[in-house]
Write a protein that binds this ligand. Structure first.
Ligand code: PMT
Length: 324
């Protein structure tokens, strides 16, 4: 890659790129607190009071940002509403998993999909005696969201960890993966977040807001984010069942790219989806099989319902394989 003065900077090996990413990341805020939460959550679910150990899935959701300034005003964003991750979390909980939900702050949340866009202002109204009550039209949706969400959190089945930047996301994914290592094959990663492919290393980033008006061109050098799927599989959690996603807008290249990712990163399955039809159907690429999963329109079902059933069945087989 060319440096600003026109000289060639040496290409980093993959391992050097991974090290450079973490070395250049800003300090991980509240890392000790998050590590403690993970430890407790995993201990609770691997040896719960009722003696029924649960499988644990880490669902990543939403899109990461790559900041352009240390005191960030501008950033490069990745498209994802978080709908896939939030919906999948609900079905994983139904399937008996405990879920670590690693999500982009402000994106869709589990159990809140039936609520209007601005739930606080649209679901509640003030009464004549200055109290607040739920509007009749939203009463059932609010009740369901609160009961289901609080039950999952209170039973220690749902741990929510928010991120915004690519630095926070990968620092937390690494910490989560290392914490889940002790679960062996009972751990699953469901990587539906849209992850930045390029970033500005922290040390190269300007501190203050980039000033406009100095030039017609904004000259920012972005470095490729190493594909952490490889590190996750090889180092962070080598026994876990790993599912990655492939999003494309051109259906002609989608399945080929998904198959390449399956092989290159040694994923157990890759879920291929096309942007405009992603809520209707996905294709699960696993081994040499390509399984199309469709939403049942007649029952107004979510595509995540059959998808999670299929993937948890594959996870069952993966766990059973080790006991043969
Ligand atoms: O949130 P919604 O609006 O419901 O949309 C859901 C979705 C379309 C975002 C989701 O279903 C999806 O496809 N997510 C992956 C999107 C994507 O762009 O993937 P990718 O091609 O950047 O990356 C493929 C895989 O590599 C991902 O699983 C990602 O976690 C991983 N990755 C990516 C970059 C990187 N540097 N390291 C990685 O490990």
């Amino acid at each position: 890659m060319d440096s600003a003065d026109g000289l060639q900077t040496p290409q980093l090996t993959f391992e050097e790129g991974v090290k450079a990413f973490f070395d250049s990341a800003p300090p991980f805020e509240n890392g000790d607190g998050i590590s403690e939460k993970l430890k407790q959550f995993i201990a609770h679910n691997s040896s719960p009071p009722d003696g029924n150990a649960r499988r644990v899935v880490c669902v990543t959701s939403g899109g990461t940002t790559a900041p352009l300034e240390q005191r960030c005003v501008r950033y490069v964003d990745n498209f994802s509403s978080g709908h896939r991750g939030a919906t999948s979390t609900e079905y994983f909980l139904k399937a008996g998993y405990a879920v670590i939900f690693l999500y982009r702050r402000g994106s869709f949340q589990p159990f809140c999909r039936s609520l209007p866009d601005d739930p606080l202002l649209e679901c509640f109204e003030s009464t004549s005696d200055s109290n607040i009550r739920v509007r009749e039209a939203h009463a059932e949706a609010v009740k369901r969201a609160i009961i289901d969400h609080h039950a999952a959190v209170a039973d220690g089945l749902l741990l929510k960890l928010p991120y915004i930047t690519i630095f926070e996301y990968l620092q937390m994914l690494q910490m989560t993966a290392m914490s889940m290592r002790c679960l062996g094959r009972h751990a699953m990663f469901y990587l539906s977040a849209a992850v930045s492919d390029f970033y500005v290393p922290w040390k190269d980033m300007v501190e203050h807001k980039i000033q406009s008006g100095q030039s017609d061109l904004l000259d920012v050098k972005l470095v490729q984010v190493p594909k952490m799927l490889k590190v996750l599989r090889e180092k962070w959690a080598p026994s876990a069942f790993c599912i990655s996603f492939k999003l494309e807008t051109d259906t002609n290249i989608l399945l080929k790219k998904a198959s390449t990712a399956l092989e290159k990163y040694k994923m157990h399955a890759v879920v291929a989806n096309e942007l405009s039809t992603r809520k209707e159907e996905v294709v699960v690429v696993t081994g040499s099989a390509r399984i199309t999963v469709r939403r049942d329109k007649s029952t107004n079902d979510d595509v995540e319902n059959p998808l999670i059933k299929l993937l948890s069945g594959k996870h069952d087989s993966y766990i059973e394989e080790s006991s043969r």
